[in-house]
Design a protein around this ligand. Sequence first.
Ligand code: 5AD
Ligand code: SF4
Length: 455
Amino acid sequence: MTAFENKKVFVKTYGCQMNVYDSDRMSDALATKGYSPTDVMDDADLVILNTCHIREKAAEKVYSELGRIRQLKERRAKDGKGEMKIGIAGCVAQAEGQEIIRRAPIVDLVVGPQAYHKLPELLDRTGNGSSVVETDFPVEDKFAALPAAKREVTRKRGVSSFLTVQEGCDKFCTFCVVPYTRGAEMSRPVSQIVAEAERLAEAGVREVTLLGQNVNAYHGEGPDGKDWGLGQLLFRLAEIDGLDRLRYTTSHPRDMDDVLMAAHRDLDIVMPYLHLPVQSGSDKILAAMNRQHSYDDYVRLIERIRTARPDIALSGDFIVGFPGETEADFKDTMRIVREVTYASAYSFKYSPRPGTPAADSKEQVEEAVKSERLQRLQLLLTEQQRAFNASKVGTEMTVLLERKGREPGQLVGKSPWLQAVQVDAPEELIGEIVTVTIDTVGTNSLFGSMIDKPA
Ligand code: 5AD
Ligand code: SF4
């Protein structure tokens, strides 16, 4: 028996998919201390904000959320419901550290992403006014030390799951905080990943998305003692019984090697969708960003990928208003978008991140110019996304049914190209892959009719 029996934890997740994965793993670690998850912050004995530092005002958002939580914490104490502990995790925790406690003394625990396996022990050291900050990069294997979720917990989380295979980044793009907050690139060993994927499949997961800040730089130790790349890992995961779909994100154009291309070409289980950020179409800006490739390198790479897998859909990230970006540079970004054609994309105004090289540049672009460029770019990207979705009307595709839809009798699933698809289907088909004809396209999803139930 521990002192934490039957307590409740509320985890709020900001930012990327890796944070979603990490939040689950934190919950799993806390489950060993008797914590169960709650969706109601007011009921929580422990509130964790799993934060993101990638763009503007990340830290400020956390501080204003903490202002609201303070009132809750005080009300709970007044109502005699017991102490509400507050933890800050994620990349803001890593970047700000002790500063968080200084500015928000109600925080009990600040824990960086590399120390989540220590969460239960760190929590033991907090309370009654004493706070703990842990932002070191420990030598031990965090992933080996984190407990696995119970089978029924995994099942409840759904039929599509994330699995972190690689963390950190050595690329040092000059706009990006990731190499500082998540640290140097590290890859989990193949055996560990296979074991986790087998556990997921055994619990009913049909689709796994491999995660990493630079996932295609994956180079984990294989069972033969040699370093395996992401392509080799995909070939191995494809052998697992029960898994039907594999995806990975997010990739760097420099790390698309031949084995990875072959995986796209030869493995049906690898979904025909690739998130491959280019950030800018201007060679001058790409160089200033330290992306280590040119416009032409990227376009040639896309041609090779499309040769390997003709039905592949591409997605990307774009930054407008990077320091020194002129109208001509921006037009090159519009040009590469037209040349490549994306099925979906994320685009952002450049946001100077403290501690990154580009933040100190004297050539910052005016906010109004950034906004105007972003608008133009998003117009084009939305047009391309609409055209891609519309091109699926009248076609057949497989859909992994994931959860109940908005209307009764309706389920929502995912197409091979990551589109949401609404289908009239009974609830017991959740978790099944069915064949669907697409009838119409809405703003955010496709609507289809089931033509083939699973065998
Ligand atoms: N400003 C704007 N966008 C950024 N991104 C990363 N850092 C910044 C920044 N400082 C974007 C990139 C990256 C995505 C995850 O976030 O496009 O691919
Ligand atoms: Fe950041 Fe991605 Fe560049 Fe790494 S490759 S520094 S994570 S943008």
